[in-house]
Design a protein around this ligand. Structure first.
Ligand SMILES: [Zn+2]
Length: 181
């Protein structure tokens, strides 16, 4: 299906708001396991990630490890974000991987699991990701740019046990967060 037409209603599961874990919780720094996207537990997890993302101000993506589940699943939604160009709306991907990345640019990032800091991270601004939709198990190819590309790379990093702090150029590129947005 066209990813822009997908919404969490496709899941047929009621999302629950889960607690977000903070660094240095070890679940954030270990690599997550690949999943069966058709497993009902993964479908429920997908709904929970969307529900938790929605109630969190300024949150544009949330990975399963951030709610304490070491599985390769994340949600993204950069709709209406001022730095976004292409946006596919709300979606959840399982077992996602980057297949093409180019045109790196430095940009500011924050993370729900690192609430007191932001950092400047170099990321590709042209990106192609392949992942699988929870529920149907359909493989989708996501071609995107700008802020949605950044959000996807940030979430795929979470699935590999990496935080934005692992990607900054050094201490000079880390800043105290003044406001959550
Ligand atoms: Zn994060």
């Amino acid at each position: 299906m066209n990813l822009r037409d997908w919404s969490e209603h496709e899941l047929g599961a009621e999302g629950r708001v889960l607690a977000v874990v903070h660094a240095p919780n070890p679940v954030l720094t270990s690599s997550s396991a690949a999943v069966d996207p058709t497993d009902p537990e993964i479908v429920q997890l997908a709904a929970d990630l969307v529900a938790t993302m929605r109630v969190s101000p300024g949150c544009v993506g949330l990975a399963a490890c951030q709610v304490g589940v070491d599985r390769k699943v994340f949600s993204v939604d950069v709709t209406d974000h001022p730095k976004a160009r292409t946006s596919h709306g709300t979606f959840v991907l399982c077992n996602a991987r980057v297949v093409e990345a180019s045109r790196k640019e430095r940009g500011r990032e924050g993370c729900m699991s690192v609430p007191d800091l932001t950092g400047d991270v170099k990321r590709a601004t042209r990106l192609t990701v392949v992942g699988v939709l929870p529920g149907t198990g359909e493989e989708v190819v996501v071609e995107t740019d700008a802020f949605e590309a950044r959000a996807l790379q940030h979430e795929i990093d979470h699935c590999e046990g990496l935080l934005f702090l692992d990607r900054v150029a050094g201490a000079h590129a880390v800043f105290p967060r003044k406001t959550y947005l």
